[in-house]
Ligand binder design. Structure first.
Ligand SMILES: [Zn+2]
Length: 494
């Protein structure tokens, strides 16, 4: 056994079980003794090289065996590719295996992806369905335990301890955010306040009265709380809050800076998706330089549009293989999320690979007159202009065969003016900045402060009228705009 030399023969059997079954290494109290920095699972978080690969391979083999023996749908994919678990003889052979995606979940809706009997499932969650049909995922008791361990890891990495009081402002329900963070923070021993999403007045009074030190929410919601605090005359930067764990939507460094100053906290990013468990797949440490991936539970690959692996540090689509999931293991799951991976060691001492913050989704890419643009790039360009608020909507349409890009953006209170000339000049300034940084022409329309809703969990930032129907409010706005110009017609940009 690889660890016998360090921990004696007696530990060998337990360690073998732990590797095979995917139980947390934390179960072996002995590894806690190695803690000289704040880590939840020192052994797992400092695994690297051959030691890590050995564990990954053992777990990959048992995952494939589970899929094969249960007859889960992925077995058919392997058979179609002429492969059986025996053909995977090393980690390098992973590349031979077929990809899976959200489509597999949809085709087998709701619970056809199970690799265990239904009676072994103790919980289900479902994806929000913002980009298509809902997908349902199941968890065994061990899956729930592993998940809590994974979340305890990222929370510890962000600097949360059992001394902390955590306010969870993620929605509880089918969404994995609320329950995921809840179980993990309880596992860690923090005091959890399950406020759930919305109910902003309650959120504020909880902050003022129960004095939480940790905030859990989407970045959009954290930003909203900070703005509201300012309006209500509440000194949030001076409040008890000291650290935040934010996830469930892509965000930028510019947004991070605004959350940190608005709430007076250290804001950390974390990543996960329901199809591979939920939050806890990766998370930033207090140094905020990339998200540490829990590589003893997941194998992460980065591939290009054709599915070919790209080198370290190169941006591409994240593909994840679960190594310990029992109920619904996934092999080479195409997340659609764009990121890159580095193996360079972090100064915090964790040896796991780190992924960069997700810059967007592969299918979010907008092609405007042949130029590829990600909404996150537009966001970055916008926020580089002083006075622009991080609340915007990108509207794309096709008019007379040409792509039209509009960016509706809020400006800060002080800058909003009734003088059309002043506003137009400001719009032109933003348009010029977008043109010079992204090489696309956008028409910018300034909106009054607080035009866009920030109360809902995930912000919808893009409406592509080339592919989707406008929501009612937008249809109305576009109709009025046409009316003003004396035109008639369907809801399109003019
Ligand atoms: Zn680190």
């Amino acid at each position: 056994m690889l660890l016998e030399s360090q921990y004696g023969e007696s530990a060998g059997y337990t360690i073998a079980l732990i590797i095979e079954q995917g139980a947390p290494f934390y179960d072996l109290g002995v590894f806690r003794e190695r803690a000289d920095v704040l880590m939840w699972d020192v052994y797992a978080e400092t695994l690297s090289g051959g030691e890590l690969e050995k564990i990954q391979f053992a777990r990959l083999k048992s995952t494939l065996k589970r899929i094969w023996e249960s007859g889960a749908p992925y077995r058919e994919k392997m058979e179609e590719a002429g492969l059986s678990p025996g053909d995977v003889k090393s980690l390098e052979d992973l590349e031979k295996l077929p990809f899976s995606s959200k489509d597999d979940f949809r085709k087998n809706y709701p619970l056809g992806m199970l690799a265990v009997s239904r009676k072994d499932v103790v919980r289900i969650h479902a994806s929000s369905g913002t980009t298509g049909t809902r997908t349902v995922v199941g968890y065994t008791e061990n899956d729930i335990e592993n998940w809590a361990q994974l979340v305890a890891r990222i929370a510890t990495a962000a600097g949360v301890t059992r001394e902390d009081i955590a306010q969870i402002s993620f929605t509880y329900g089918l969404f994995t955010g609320g329950f995921g963070l809840h179980y993990g923070l309880e596992k860690l021993g923090a005091m959890v306040i399950p406020v759930s999403g919305g109910q902003t007045e309650l959120q504020m009074s909880v902050i003022m009265e129960l004095k939480p030190s940790v905030l859990i929410s989407t970045p959009t919601y954290a930003l909203y709380l900070s703005e509201l605090g300012k309006e209500m005359g509440i000194d949030l930067p001076g409040s008890s809050l000291r650290v935040g764990l934010f996830g469930a939507e892509p965000w930028s460094e510019e947004i991070r800076a605004r959350i940190e100053s608005g709430l007076g906290i250290l804001a950390t990013d974390n990543y996960g998706l329901s199809e591979v468990t939920g939050p806890g797949v990766a998370g930033e440490c207090h140094l905020q330089n990339g998200l540490h991936i829990a590589e003893d539970h997941f194998i992460a690959e980065i591939v290009d549009e054709k599915g070919k692996p790209v080198g370290e540090g190169k941006q591409g689509e994240l593909v994840l293989t679960t190594l310990t999931r029992e109920a619904m293991p996934v092999i080479r799951f195409r997340t659609g999320d764009l990121t890159s991976i580095t193996r360079a060691e972090c100064e915090c001492g964790r040896k796991n690979a780190r992924m960069s913050r997700v810059v967007g989704r592969a299918d979010d890419m907008l092609i405007i007159k042949g130029v590829n643009v990600y909404p996150s790039q537009i966001e970055r360009a916008l926020l580089e202009v002083a006075g622009v608020e991080p609340h915007y909507l990108i509207v794309v349409d096709r008019r007379r065969g040409l792509d039209v890009l509009e960016v509706w953006v809020e400006v800060s209170e002080g800058l909003f003016s009734d003088d059309a000339m002043v506003m137009r000049a400001f719009e032109e300034k933003i348009e010029a900045h977008i043109k010079s940084t992204l090489n696309v022409r956008a028409s910018v329309r300034l909106k009054e402060p607080r035009t866009f809703d920030r109360t809902s969990g995930k912000a919808k930032r893009v409406i592509d009228l080339r592919r989707e129907e406008p929501p009612d409010w937008l249809r109305e706005e576009l109709r009025m705009r046409k009316g003003a110009k004396g035109e008639h017609g369907s809801a399109h940009l003019v």
